[in-house]
Design a protein around this ligand. Structure first.
Ligand code: BDR
Ligand code: CA
Length: 316
């Protein structure tokens, strides 16, 4: 008999347009139960992503504690992405001011508290650099068994986006990613192989806008912002990187996956931050990750549009 209970999750990310859309999808899904939200330093500084996290949770009515993450990667320098997400980290439509206070706990301590209190293992959805998750594993190794899975947006088996070899989230903190990927906790990896197929087109955000709710209007503007930027650098649409890490949990039927060993390059003159997937099946190549490699784009877009009905719909 299949287990229909919602999956308890912690959302850890650096909103960020696609993080915000991922959280909007998570909030709308009856298959997830969101226990906490934590910000990480990535698309913008920790101050900005934390403020954005509070504003997004306010917008979508996400009722879970929000905690501020680590201010910088474990070892390397802070690296942000204003060219993609703007100076605020979430440029575009005006958002409501936060209607809640930040948790007094740090992200790591909030995650630890939630894991300790949960009577079943919790899934972490990590859509930014993996600094907080690695810091949690270092500080509280005894809580590993309370983590069911880590659904990561990061890396790419075939290529990178910030360097030829490395994707942004992994490049920002390769040491953290190395800790997470070698932790023994099951990893679900949504890398560029799949997220660059998860393209949203104008016809899709027009359908979302037509739903007529406040949230769908904001989401369609985030999508348009993301689309315009990505078209300017040669993409055919807006790649929904972070939503794949949520939909991989709620709608696994959308994806084609393969289990393989994935290691993180932490040194290397040209390849720091690379996710090295071993598909040779040679002895010693023990799979540690289920890697998303393919999806049906049209079905993915339909699922995204449908999910937005959760926030209301005006009669057409
Ligand atoms: C990742 O980098 C960020 O800019 C996005 O939010 C996503 O998590 C894609 O490389
Ligand atoms: Ca992100």
């Amino acid at each position: 008999m299949s287990d229909c209970r919602p999956i308890p999750v912690i959302l850890d990310g650096d909103p960020g347009h696609d993080d915000a859309i991922a959280w909007t999808l998570a909030r709308a899904s009856s298959r997830l139960r969101i226990l906490a939200v934590t910000s990480c330093c990535g698309n913008q500084t920790i101050e900005k992503t934390t403020y954005n996290a509070l504003r997004v949770c306010t917008l979508i009515g996400l009722d879970a504690p929000v905690a501020k993450g680590c201010p910088h990667p474990l070892m390397g320098p802070v690296m942000n992405a204003p060219s993609v997400h703007g100076e605020s980290g979430l440029d575009g439509p005006a958002l409501p001011e936060p209607d809640r206070a930040l948790s007094k706990l740090s992200a790591v301590e909030l995650m630890a508290q939630v894991l300790r209190a949960s009577d079943e293992p919790v899934t972490i959805v990590a859509t930014g650099p993996e600094t907080n998750v690695a810091a949690l594993l270092l500080a509280h190794p005894e809580l590993k068994e309370k983590i069911a899975r880590i659904s990561v947006m990061g890396g790419g088996i075939s290529h990178g986006n910030w360097t030829p070899a490395a994707e942004f989230n992994i490049l920002v903190d390769p040491e953290a990613a190395q800790i997470v990927f070698s932790s023994g906790i099951p990893i679900l990896m949504a890398g560029l192989d799949v997220t660059e197929q998860a393209l949203i087109l104008p016809e899709d955000f027009t359908r979302i806008r037509a739903l007529g709710s406040h949230v769908s209007s904001i989401v369609s503007q985030w999508l348009e912002f993301f689309y315009i930027f990505h078209r300017s650098i040669g993409y055919a649409g807006a790649p929904m990187h972070d939503p794949c890490a949520v939909l991989a949990l709620t709608d696994p039927d959308l994806f084609r996956t393969e289990r393989m060993s994935v290691r993180i390059e932490t040194a290397g003159q040209y390849c720091r931050g690379m996710t090295v997937g071993d598909r040779t099946g040679r002895p010693g190549s023990v799979p540690n990750a289920e890697v998303l490699l393919g999806l049906d784009r049209a079905a993915f877009a339909d699922r995204l549009v449908d999910a937005m009905r959760f926030y209301g719909e005006v009669a057409q």
